[in-house]
Write a protein that binds this ligand. Structure first.
Ligand SMILES: *[C@@H]1O[C@H](CO)[C@@H](O)[C@H](O)[C@H]1NC(C)=O
Ligand SMILES: *[C@@H]1O[C@H](CO)[C@@H](O)[C@H](O)[C@H]1NC(C)=O
Ligand SMILES: *[C@@H]1O[C@H](CO)[C@@H](O)[C@H](O)[C@H]1NC(C)=O
Ligand SMILES: *[C@@H]1O[C@H](CO)[C@@H](O)[C@H](O)[C@H]1NC(C)=O
Ligand SMILES: *[C@@H]1O[C@H](CO)[C@@H](O)[C@H](O)[C@H]1NC(C)=O
Ligand SMILES: *[C@@H]1O[C@H](CO)[C@@H](O)[C@H](O)[C@H]1NC(C)=O
Length: 618
């Protein structure tokens, strides 16, 4: 992360080995007691780095994740779209697991992202490529320095985080908030992915401009669950439908025969924790051990786990003497030279998490299949492993489950060994002696701990629909340009339009039953900026009696750049007359009135029971 290889930064010399007194005292004690205390530290570590209230995020806007409080050597005091999305996905999963107090922060994150989508930046504007800008200043202004851009995993990961929260809202009867607030933001990100998935990108470590396995995989996932969300909302994403088979097809091309090539460019081996991170971020607890979607328990993902983790065994001094089948310190890729190339906490946690996920899947499925592809992985942990399928009733199944669980724990124990006693997680730890290195309190390190911890406890995220994977017969390139417009509604306090009563039907021109109330839809054309909301206020109680504090909010769910319409549907008794105006409320609460005169409306009866009033701001 954070290192643009084309810049002449010679970091190595500045990071000589620490003196013995710098070496932190290591945490001791059993793994499980460390895990439970670290769980508290990690959640707090995440929260400390989120604005506006986080103790280490001073200056960051509400809902904005600071990558690390470190402002020099290295300076990570920025907000990255990828890191933020992964962090908030982890927090949404904590919410779903029962911590309701996280919900306001999740809403602030989504509101901040709606704003960020509209910020013009060196990658472009909202509808011209800007969504893949990798990082911003923490007050949501653009970062204009040289950087590895674009990074096309960002919009996909952000969609995934928001969709996870959307599922939760829908399950709790709150579809209107999803429709009115979240969907317009998600839709922009989905449109970004359908348009650009087949173009090169800087990888998640921000170094190589080529195709990246992680990026393609998370793009596939976002399109699948984006389309499911659209369907659930009664909307559609035809471009998701047209592009997903091609993205999945392209994903298969990274397989080398024994591991996934993490980047198609860059001239490296392609053995990279990029691919282990892929398996945990496409994990679907309802899926089989499917290798086309690189499920953690699939033969390809397990073979890959071995190849990638083995690539670090001989190159780090702290891994010397550790036997095959026991966890090691895991870095990014063996050729890494950033800070001289070291293990990273988040990759060490990811190596454990993939295995916890696999154990979960095998238990759920009720069997383990060993293929010639995955046999080398299994032999490391269970020497008599042989190709075959072992049902949960067999002792082989039980032995392998236990062995893989122990193997997964051994990665967590490595991280424990090199975590200082206060539990602080930096980005890296020294390959020679395990001392923490690089950015302190890396938010992603803490989030990676939380997700590994939950996987170990069988607290798994929701299914995203991996089982729907269908490979086309042949791959083709693709791009589809979809809807894109500013998502202006971030009014969480009043997210829904009241539901309209069922209109009565007519027969032969006369009303079957005469409606006594009419659902009037007010459509108001008004171009707004981020954070501004439109309300209706008027002379009757239903419209707040001219009191702006009691005005009724309009929804921006139909708002587009070309048709900036705000609307609301309100029920009135037939015959009601009133005066009204629209008002605009800014983020700071200040109110702007439409100019005079007052508008007036009389609710005329009709058989349908509905009426529409089209206005435009004056
Ligand atoms: C729930 O989240 C809050 C922050 O909103 C945190 O302080 C608290 O420790 C969390 N509770 C649990 C059980 O993790
Ligand atoms: C675009 O997709 C085609 C078909 O899968 C593939 O051969 C090509 O490498 C892709 N290019 C990029 C840059 O994604
Ligand atoms: C990334 O690679 C593509 C394809 O080779 C090229 O067109 C593009 O200019 C490169 N972008 C950057 C920022 O180097
Ligand atoms: C729906 O979300 C809104 C805004 O957060 C909240 O006020 C309301 O209580 C939620 N309703 C349900 C049923 O969860
Ligand atoms: C609009 O209605 C308000 C409240 O009755 C009134 O004070 C105001 O004078 C009216 N405006 C005009 C231009 O009639
Ligand atoms: C209001 O506008 C909509 C959309 O432009 C249009 O379909 C409808 O006929 C209009 N209704 C009235 C009463 O003007």
């Amino acid at each position: 992360m954070r290192f643009l290889s084309t810049l002449p930064l010679l970091l190595g010399a500045a990071f000589a080995l620490p003196s013995p007194e710098d070496i932190q005292e290591r945490a001791t004690g059993s793994l499980s007691s460390w895990l439970s205390s670290e769980n508290t530290v990690a959640l707090q570590g995440v929260l400390n780095n989120i604005g506006a209230g986080g103790s280490k995020a001073s200056g960051a806007s509400a809902g904005v994740v600071v990558a690390s409080p470190s402002k020099s050597n290295p300076d990570y005091f920025y907000t990255w779209t990828r890191d933020s999305a992964l962090v908030f996905k982890a927090l949404v999963d904590q919410l779903i697991a029962g911590n309701k107090s996280l919900e306001p922060l999740i809403q602030q994150y989504i509101s901040a992202q709606a704003n960020l989508q509209t910020v013009n930046n060196p990658s472009g504007g909202l509808c011209s490529g800007g969504l893949a800008e990798p990082k911003f200043e923490v007050n949501l202004t653009p970062f204009t320095g040289a950087w590895g851009r674009p990074q096309r995993d960002g919009p996909a990961l952000r969609a995934t985080a928001m969709i996870a929260y959307s599922r939760y809202l829908i399950a709790n009867g709150n579809t209107s908030a999803v429709n009115n607030i979240i969907w317009p933001i998600v839709q922009n990100d989905l449109s970004y992915v359908t348009q650009y998935w087949n173009q090169t990108t800087f990888d998640l470590w921000e170094e190589i401009n080529s195709s990246s396995f992680f990026t393609t995989a998370v793009q596939y996932r976002a399109l699948v669950e984006g389309n499911s969300l659209a369907t659930q909302l009664g909307k559609s994403c035809p471009n998701c439908v047209s592009q997903t088979p091609q993205v999945l097809c392209f994903l298969q091309s990274y397989w080398t025969g024994s591991y996934a090539l993490s980047n198609t460019g860059g001239g490296r081996s392609g053995k990279d924790a990029n691919s282990i991170l892929t398996s945990i971020h496409v994990f679907d607890p309802a899926a089989s051990c499917d290798s086309t979607t690189f499920q953690p328990c699939s033969d390809k993902a397990l073979a890959n786990h071995k190849v990638v983790t083995d690539s670090f065994r001989s190159i780090y001094s702290i891994n010397q003497g550790i036997a095959q089948g026991s966890g090691v310190a895991v870095g990014r890729y063996p050729e890494d030279s950033y800070y001289n190339g070291n293990p990273w906490y988040l990759n060490t946690f990811a190596a454990a998490e993939q295995l916890y996920d696999a154990v979960y899947q095998w238990k759920k499925i009720g069997s383990i299949s060993i293929t010639s592809i995955s046999l080398p992985f299994f032999k490391d942990v269970y020497s008599s492993a042989a190709v075959g399928t072992y049902a949960s009733s067999t002792t082989t199944f039980t032995s392998i489950i236990n062995a893989v669980q122990v193997y997964a724990d051994s990665y967590m124990s490595i991280a424990q060994k090199y975590t200082p006693s206060n539990g602080a997680l930096s980005e890296q730890y020294n390959r020679a002696d395990g001392t923490p290195l690089s950015a302190a309190d890396l938010t992603w390190s803490y989030a990676a701990f939380l997700t590994a911890y939950n996987a170990r406890a069988n607290v798994v995220p929701a299914s995203w629909g991996a089982s729907s994977a269908k490979l086309p017969n042949s791959c083709s390139s693709g791009s589809a340009t979809g809807p894109c417009s500013a998502a202006t509604n971030t009014n969480w306090g009043n997210p829904g339009t009241p539901t309209t009563s069922n209109p009565t039907t007519t027969t032969g021109g006369s009303c079957k039953t005469t409606p006594t109330s009419i659902a009037v839809t007010f459509n108001e054309q008004k171009t707004t900026s981020y954070g501004e909301n439109i309300y209706i206020v008027g002379s009757i109680p239903a419209l707040g009696n001219w009191n702006t504090a009691n005005a009724v909010a309009l929804s921006a769910s139909k708002y587009t750049a070309s048709n900036p319409v705000w609307s609301v549907t309100i029920n009135f008794a037939t015959g009601t007359s009133f005066e009204y105006k629209y008002i605009k409320k800014a983020q700071d609460g200040s109110v702007t009135w439409e100019s005079d005169p007052n508008r007036s409306y009389t609710v005329a009866g009709n058989c349908a029971g509905t009426a529409t009033e089209n206005d435009s701001w004056r």
